[in-house]
Ligand binder design. Structure first.
Ligand code: ADP
Ligand code: ASP
Ligand code: MG
Length: 482
C-alpha cells in the first residue's frame, strides 16, 4: 500500500529564528520516520517586508539604506546558521550558498538604483530572496538531526503564468517537474525542503504567487505530488472563530469546509492565503492548520464538506486595508448607465472589488476596493463623470479609507432565518453603526461595512451573539500522522 505523503508548510514565525527552526526540524523528523514528507518553507518572519523596503530604497537611489537592510538580513541569517549547524564544513558550505543569494540581491538593487526603476519582475526577484535563504538553513537543520534533506528552489518545480506579484500555477507542467525532481528524492528517503512563495514562467523567469503565498505553494505542490495531506504549520492552533488578536474568546474550529475557509481567507483571515484551497479543490486533499509552537494540539482540518458545529455561523473575519467609494446624488435616479460606467472604470483600473451595495432608490452606488487601489480608482471615476458632475447628474464621488468589512461566515447559514437580524441587533446594542450591507446569494456570508474604529466591538458583539467561544467542541481529531 502507498504510504501517505505529507506536504508540510512552515510560515514565517515558525522559522523566525534558530530556536523555531530547531522545532520545525523536530516536527519534520518525527513525521518523516513514518511517512515521506515534503517541507515547504517561508522566509524568516519579517524578511520579505525588509526586502521589499530595500527594493523601494534602491528605486529611490538610496543605496545606503538598501545596504543597511542587507547587512541586517545577513546578520540574522548567519546567526541562525551558527546556532543550528555544529559542523564547520557544513556551516561554511551553507554560508557560501547564502553569500551567493545575498550577492544576487545586491546586484538586483544596484541595477534598480541605476535605472531608478523597480519593475514587477525585479521586485519579484528581490522579494523571493527570503525563501531562497531560509530553505538551505532548514535543510541544514534537518541534516543536523540525521535526516537526509535537500533544499530546492521552487523555480524548478512550480511553473506559472507571467503575472508578477500574483502568478498562477500551470498545473500540468508543475506536475511534470515535481514528478521528475521530487519523486526520486522521496524514493531515496530524502526530505526536500522547498521554497514557498515563488515559481518561474515557462521561460524560467522567477515569479511570486502574492504576499502570504507560501500556503498556496504548499497546496500546489500537494496537488502536483498527489499528497494525502497538506499541513500548514503556523503560530496559532488552527482556523479560529475570529482573529485571536482582536477577539480574545476566539476558539479553534476542529473542522471547516473548503468554502468556509476560503470565504474567511478572502475576507482577511490572514491564517490562510485566499487562493490556497483552489489547488486542492479537484483532488479533495485535506488541509490541516496546526501550531508549530504546540505540535501536540490537533489543529483544524479543512475538508471539502466540513462539519457542522450545530449552529449556522462558523466564524467571523474582518478586512481592514480597504476603502469605501461612493458615487451618488439624487440626479442618478433612473440613470442606469451610471452603474455600468462605474464598474467599467473599476475593471479598467483592475481594482480589487470586495463588496458592492446599492439601494433601490439608486441614490448611491457604494463599493469597497482594496486600500491600494482606492486613489487611482477615484481619480479615474472623477474623470469619467466630469461632465455629469458639471451638469449635477452625479453629485459626488467620495472615498472613505477609515472603514472595514466584517464578515459572518458559515455554510449552514443558508436558509436559516434570523441570522442577519441577530447580527445587526447585537451590533446595535454595542452602538456600532453599519454603513453598508451585502449578502451573496450563496448565503454563506453576510458582510457589512463599519467604521475602522468599530471593528473590534463589532467582532466581539457578533462572536458573543452566536456563542462562538463556547459552541466549538474541543475534541481531539488528528491528522493520520502525528
Ligand atoms: P504564517 O507566518 O505562519 O504564514 P500568518 O501570520 O500569515 O502566519 O497567519 C497567522 C495569523 O493569522 C495568526 O497569528 C492570527 O493572528 C491571524 N488570523 C487572522 N484571522 C484568523 C483566524 N480566523 N484564525 C486563526 N488565525 C487568524
Ligand atoms: N514570505 C512571503 C510573504 O511574506 C510569503 C509567505 O510568507 O507566505 O509574503
Ligand atoms: Mg501566512
Amino acid at each position: 500500500m502507498k504510504k501517505p505523503l505529507q506536504v508540510m508548510k512552515f510560515g514565517g514565525t515558525s522559522v523566525g529564528d534558530a530556536a523555531c527552526i530547531g522545532r520545525v526540524a523536530q516536527i519534520v523528523r518525527d513525521a518523516s520516520r513514518q511517512v515521506p514528507v515534503v517541507a515547504v518553507v517561508s522566509a524568516m518572519s519579517g524578511v520579505t517586508n525588509r526586502l521589499i523596503e530595500a527594493a523601494i530604497h534602491a528605486e529611490a537611489g538610496d543605496l545606503e539604506r538598501t545596504g543597511a537592510a542587507f547587512a541586517m538580513l545577513r546578520k540574522n541569517h548567519e546567526a541562525a546558521l551558527r546556532e543550528l549547524i555544529r559542523s564547520e564544513d557544513k556551516r561554511k558550505s551553507i554560508a557560501g550558498r547564502l553569500d551567493q543569494i545575498f550577492a544576487e540581491g545586491e546586484r538586483l538593487c544596484k541595477g534598480t538604483a541605476l535605472l531608478r526603476e523597480l519593475t514587477p519582475r525585479t521586485l519579484d526577484a528581490i522579494s523571493s530572496l527570503g525563501e531562497r535563504l531560509s530553505a538551505p538553513i532548514v535543510a541544514g537543520a534537518l541534516q543536523e538531526l540525521a535526516v537526509a534533506s535537500e533544499a530546492i528552489e521552487a523555480t524548478e518545480l512550480i511553473v506559472t503564468d507571467n503575472s508578477h506579484g500574483g502568478a498562477g500555477p500551470l498545473m500540468q507542467r508543475t506536475r511534470g517537474c515535481c514528478e521528475e525532481r521530487v519523486l526520486p528524492l522521496l524514493g531515496q528517503g530524502v526530505v526536500p525542503v522547498i521554497t514557498g512563495f515563488i515559481g518561474a514562467t515557462t521561460d524560467g523567469v522567477l515569479t511570486t504567487l502574492g504576499r502570504g503565498g507560501s500556503d498556496y505553494s504548499a497546496t500546489i505542490l500537494g496537488a502536483a505530488l498527489a499528497a494525502d495531506e497538506v499541513i500548514i504549520w503556523t503560530d496559532v492552533d488552527g482556523v479560529m472563530t475570529a482573529d485571536p488578536r482582536l477577539v480574545p474568546e476566539a476558539r479553534t474550529i476542529p473542522e471547516i469546509s473548503y468554502l468556509e475557509a476560503s470565504e474567511l481567507a478572502y475576507f482577511g483571515a490572514k491564517v490562510l492565503h485566499p487562493k490556497t484551497l483552489r489547488a486542492v479543490q479537484d483532488a479533495g486533499i485535506p488541509v490541516w492548520i496546526r501550531n508549530s509552537f504546540a505540535p501536540s494540539r490537533a489543529g483544524t482540518k479543512i475538508t471539502p464538506q466540513g462539519r457542522s458545529n450545530g449552529g449556522g455561523v462558523k466564524a467571523l473575519t474582518a478586512i481592514r486595508d480597504v476603502a469605501l467609494i461612493t458615487v451618488g446624488g439624487p440626479g442618478i435616479v433612473g440613470a442606469p448607465d451610471v452603474v455600468a460606467r462605474t464598474f467599467s472604470v473599476t475593471a479598467e483600473m483592475r481594482a480589487n472589488l470586495l463588496l458592492i451595495s446599492q439601494s433601490s432608490s439608486q441614490n448611491d452606488i457604494c463599493f469597497i476596493v482594496a486600500g491600494s487601489d482606492a486613489q487611482r480608482t477615484v481619480e479615474a471615476l472623477r474623470k469619467e463623470f466630469s461632465q455629469d458632475v458639471a451638469h449635477e447628474k452625479v453629485e459626488h464621488i467620495t472615498v472613505d479609507p477609515s472603514i472595514a468589512i466584517v464578515a459572518v461566515v458559515g455554510e449552514n447559514m443558508r436558509g436559516v432565518p434570523g441570522l442577519a437580524g441577530r447580527t445587526f441587533s447585537a451590533l446595535g446594542r454595542e452602538n456600532v453603526n453599519v454603513i453598508a450591507i451585502a449578502q451573496g446569494s450563496s448565503e454563506s456570508n453576510i458582510s457589512f461595512v463599519v467604521s475602522e474604529k468599530d471593528v473590534k466591538s463589532a467582532l466581539i458583539a457578533a462572536h458573543r451573539e452566536f456563542d462562538l467561544g463556547a459552541r466549538v467542541p474541543q475534541e481531539v481529531t488528528t491528522s493520520s500522522v502525528r
